[in-house]
Ligand binder design. Structure first.
Ligand SMILES: Nc1ncnc2c1ncn2[C@@H]1O[C@H](COP(=O)(O)OP(=O)(O)OP(=O)(O)O)[C@@H](O)[C@H]1O
Ligand SMILES: O=C(CO)[C@H](O)[C@H](O)COP(=O)(O)O
Length: 407
């Protein structure tokens, strides 16, 4: 474990429209043996700093991209549960904060980097998906600073009011997850990611989920949901969807192929697309690594009602990358029987036999727990834990490489 003792001095703070919000924080904090003076916005990263490459002081950064309402929060709940702790908003902070903190992870929502508030977007005629409505320079600088072990004052986008609220202090966690619309859009931010995931929800399924949430739970009309999806689609296609080519793992959610012409959208075909050759990430496989497999597990050991369950596995290419794809079509009747499926999967990075099943049972009330969305989100959670542990082990076994950097 490396210890970094060099003093970090922040440069003179530039004039800042947010200065008033910072005055109550004008104190010197000591964080990871680094003296740090909070100041306006980007001034945090100015000055001399010591960066401890590969040492335990470095935050592992994970990117999770998806459109709104596509299961990011659910995935985050599964991920933090794998690390054992419950995630909560920052204590005593803004009640409308989008951040979730647990012992190991801090999840920040990239909506906080909207540079235009709701009125601003309306006036300029741009959606939140448009890069012009987002501050990628600040996103890059702050994610970089956190990765280097420095705290930042991150803005907050308030989804209740549609306004930009005063910022909140984010201290470097062991694992930082940046989730939202654009974690892989800007190459500088992308290069900071140790692992990236894209939740690729097909239009039909997205529509069904939106109806379920926004109509049943939020009282929106069918027409307004349709209109909102249609209005976002051009920018979604232009700026969000292309990010999936950069993801190390993609969870693709499609209508089932087990029911001819299904238009209910309840039974799902889910594909876990895993890039080959990613450092610290060994794709999961079914039966035999690299083979092409089709498996219907229903029968004596797995109860299946109509339309049944079908798994497929095999090598493929995805945006010119070699990938392994594990697919599950259908849904489980009895989650406790999932152990039968789990016992046929390898490279799961579980700590003990049955851990996937245990996690799935623990969160059986989360959306997608009876199908491939919950199963593959859980597996990716285990893979992220494993990746994190490998990075920490690398840091612990290699000599401390301290480099003085102009941040
Ligand atoms: N795997 C799933 N199976 C079925 N429905 C799901 C699944 N995941 C999410 N949903 C539906 O989508 C809704 C949104 O899920 P969630 O809050 O996790 O998404 P989100 O991407 O974080 O949304 P937002 O960005 O709008 O906050 C849920 O309330 C649920 O109705
Ligand atoms: O795509 C979104 C990401 O969650 C939101 O629509 C975006 O953040 C704008 O927020 P709001 O709809 O509250 O104005």
């Amino acid at each position: 474990m490396g210890v970094c003792t060099t003093l970090h001095t922040a440069a003179a703070a530039p004039p800042c429209h947010l200065r008033g919000f910072y005055q109550h924080k004008q104190q010197v904090l000591f964080y990871r043996n680094t003296a740090y003076t909070p100041r306006c916005g980007r001034a945090h990263s100015a000055g001399l700093a010591v960066r401890c490459s590969g040492a335990a002081g470095e935050t592992v950064v994970i990117g999770l991209a998806a459109d709104s309402g596509c299961g990011k929060s659910t995935f985050m709940r599964r991920l933090t549960s794998v690390f054992g702790g419950a995630a909560e908003p920052p204590r005593g902070g803004n009640p409308d904060s989008n951040t979730l903190i647990s012992d190991t992870t801090t999840v920040i929502c990239l909506d906080d980097y909207h540079s235009l508030d709701r009125t601003g977007r309306k006036e300029k005629g741009v959606t939140a998906l448009d890069p012009r409505a987002n501050d990628f320079d600040l996103m890059y600088e702050q994610v970089k600073a956190i990765k280097e072990g420095k705290a930042v004052d991150k803005p907050i986008y308030n989804h209740v009011t549609g306004l930009l609220d005063p910022p909140e202090l984010i201290k470097p966690p062991k694992i930082l997850v940046i989730e939202g619309l654009h974690p892989m859009f800007d190459q500088r931010v992308r290069d900071l990611l140790d692992f990236s995931i894209y939740l690729d929800i097909s239009n039909e399924v997205k529509f069904a989920w939106k109806i379920q949430r926004d109509m049943a739970e939020r009282g929106h009309s069918l027409e307004s949901i349709k209109a909102s999806i249609e209005a976002r689609k051009p920018d979604f296609d232009a700026y969000i969807d292309p990010q999936k080519q950069y993801a190390d793992a993609v969870i693709e959610v499609l209508p089932t192929q087990l029911i001819p012409d299904d238009n209910e959208g309840k039974v799902l075909r889910v594909r876990l697309i895993m890039k080959e050759g990613v450092k610290n990430f060994a794709p999961v496989y079914l039966f035999d690594e690299g083979s092409t497999i089709s498996w219907i597990p229903c029968g004596r050991k797995l109860t299946c009602s109509y339309p049944g369950i079908k798994f497929t596995y095999g090598p493929d290419t995805y945006y010119d990358h070699e990938v392994s794809v594990l697919e599950m079509d259908g849904q489980f009747d009895r989650l406790d029987e999932l152990i039968y499926v789990e016992s046929h999967l390898s490279n799961l990075s579980a700590k003990f036999y049955g851990e996937v099943t245990q996690q799935m049972l623990k969160h059986s009330d989360f959306p997608g727990s009876n199908n491939g969305t919950g199963l593959f989100q859980t597996i990716v959670g285990l893979k992220i834990r494993d990746l994190y542990e490998q990075i920490v082990a690398e840091g612990a076994s290699s000599p401390l490489k301290a480099t003085t950097t102009k941040a």
